[in-house]
Design a protein around this ligand. Sequence first.
Ligand code: ADP
Ligand code: MG
Length: 313
Amino acid sequence: MKKILLIIIVCFAVFTFSSCINESKNVTRQTFALDTVINITTNKEDSERINEAFTLLREYENVFSRTKPESKLSLLNNGQGELTEDIEKVLSFSLEMSRFTDGAFDVTVAPLVDLWNVKERNTAPTAEEIEIARSKTGYEDVTLSPFSLGGKTIDTGAVAKGYIADKVAESFKDKGVESAVIDLGGNVVLIGEYKVGIRNPFSPDEIFATITVKDKSAVTSGAYQRYFEYEGKRYHHIIDPRTGYPSESGVASATVISPSSMQADALSTSIFILGKDSISLCDNFPDTEALIIMENGEVITTENFEEKYELKK
Ligand code: ADP
Ligand code: MG
């Protein structure tokens, strides 16, 4: 399902923001992978790199997808296959995040994600179903050395797109690409400097504010694109494993900017679940800032956010 939380203004409103890279020299290509819409922009002379990136994305899909039964992660979840280097890295970081957030971020949340299945459901599961699924989660049972999932099922949906975006950016830089926008459904990595629009979570076709970001990743988590409504209530895809229900922290969207897209991805999901006070989680990561838009319209940022990223509303 489509989820573009951040709009790269340089692609869609280049005339409004003429300080950005020269449009006539750029090429943007789109594909669908990792269950989302992918847009990659580079200079025209680097356009072949985009095709290579798309191939890389398909390879990663065969590693991390939970909908593909033959992916490395699916095999692992079924007690087959080996812990690959990529999965080990994502799993190791995810377990760290789980500890940091005291289980609000939980890489073993799969049974709850599957139960809530917001893509297909249009009614809420019963309290009993939720309790059963909740009892099957628990990151504490997963160990890396020796490796054991402890009977749990891994879901890297909140962190793998960040990891993969970092990998694409790394491959671009290795090949001398000096300017690019890698947008994996709102998990954005910028090589060079760009103006980026943060979506208005209350009116997602509109931009809430713009920021100027250079050589970093910007990632937003929100409840406005993957959800269903039942009896007047919105049920979205980010689950609070402590309750078993979609999180209700009062956050409408959480945007994190960091040198690491994997960290930004995991942090934006964590802050979305934990609420505004958890913005201080950013202090544990180098050069990492966040902007939270609350459901009541309140906007909260880390201390240096506005100045560092020229926030303009
Ligand atoms: P998106 O995948 O839409 O970009 P997020 O990065 O916030 O959004 O991740 C949401 C995905 O993470 C869900 O679709 C699900 O696969 C997984 N997930 C849901 N709740 C949690 C949680 N509490 N901890 C870790 N992963 C979660
Ligand atoms: Mg995330």
